[in-house]
Design a binder for this molecule. Structure first.
Ligand code: BJW
Length: 231
């Protein structure tokens, strides 16, 4: 690989071949749900039980022994190891809240939209690991006034995690790869522009071309095109 400083952005499409639904594809997660009901703080305030049900189902899916990282997750983890061993820099930023990158062995990883297997205190933001179902009766005791724990997921209108670190890495990157994301949700959708304006070569690896302005693109299932591009 002729590039030294690499940033990769992933989205739901990279986990599709592991059996996890994307959001906006046909038969995707949003087909049966109103986004504003399950992915906004207002929806959670209106109907916490519905929101818990939505995330409990998805959290339970992560415990299914049949669920495994696919060859795209694995290729990224192996590439990171090799690239760093040669002195290269690598950061993986995922919008996904599943744990498949971690299970594949990715190490330099930012989970910018949170994690399904974490919950957080609504007052302090302190998070903890959570594998079972969450209910409105599960209280956080980290501060004086116990409050119901909430999923540690970034909803619309909330600030994604570690944005300063993401932007710093994008501005230093010489290669930016975006894979498995429709590029419809900001701030992630703006990463290609930040990287390109800072001088990075930009590549899209996706099932279909998106509206993002990439210098290069390869299209097909991530489990095929990600290992092929990184080899
Ligand atoms: C394959 C494949 C295969 C399929 N192989 N590929 C107006 C203009 C601009 C911005 C805004 C605006 N109004 C509001 C905003 C901001 C808003 C936003 O962007 N809204 C848009 C809808 C316009 N963004 C936010 O609110 C964010 N916060 C923010 O901006 O903070 C700043 C701020 C805060 C407060 C005040 C002021 C400023 C937060 C966004 C949080 C997103 N959260 C979600 C849901 C989490 C809950 C949950 O998990 O249920 O995160 S939304 C959902 O979309 C999820 C995903 O991470 C995210 C991105 O989706 P992704 O990954 O791209 O999936 P898909 O399904 O869209 O695409 C899949 C792709 O894969 C497709 O292209 C397929 O072709 C492809 N594919 N199979 C390869 N096998």
């Amino acid at each position: 690989m002729r590039f030294n400083n690499i940033v990769v952005l992933t989205g739901a499409g990279i986990s599709a071949e592991s059996g996890i639904k994307t959001f906006r594809d046909s038969n995707g997660l949003w087909e049966n749900h109103q986004i504003e009901d399950v992915a906004t703080p207002e929806g959670y305030q209106r109907n916490p039980a519905l929101v818990h049900q939505f995330y409990n189902q998805r959290r339970a899916q992560l415990l299914d022994p049949k669920l495994k990282p696919n060859s795209a997750h694995q290729a990224l983890a192996q590439f990171e190891l090799q690239h760093k061993s040669k002195g290269g820099r690598f950061l993986l930023i995922t919008q996904n809240v599943d744990n498949l990158h971690q299970r594949a062995g990715s190490e330099s990883l930012i989970t910018m939209h949170g994690q399904l297997q974490k919950v957080k205190c609504p007052v302090t933001g302190k998070n903890l690991s959570w594998l079972k179902d969450l209910t409105a009766a599960d209280l956080c005791h980290c501060c004086k006034n116990p409050q119901p724990l909430r999923p540690d997921i970034v909803w619309f209108g909330e600030m994604p995690y570690l944005m300063d670190d993401c932007v710093d890495a994008l501005m230093q990157a010489d290669l930016f790869i975006s894979t498995g994301t429709s590029g419809q949700v900001y701030p992630a959708a703006g990463f290609v522009k930040i990287a390109a304006e800072s001088g990075a070569h930009t590549v899209e690896l996706n099932m279909e071309a998106t509206r993002g302005d990439f210098a290069e693109g390869y299209y097909g299932p991530a489990a095929k095109i990600v290992p092929a591009y990184l080899s």
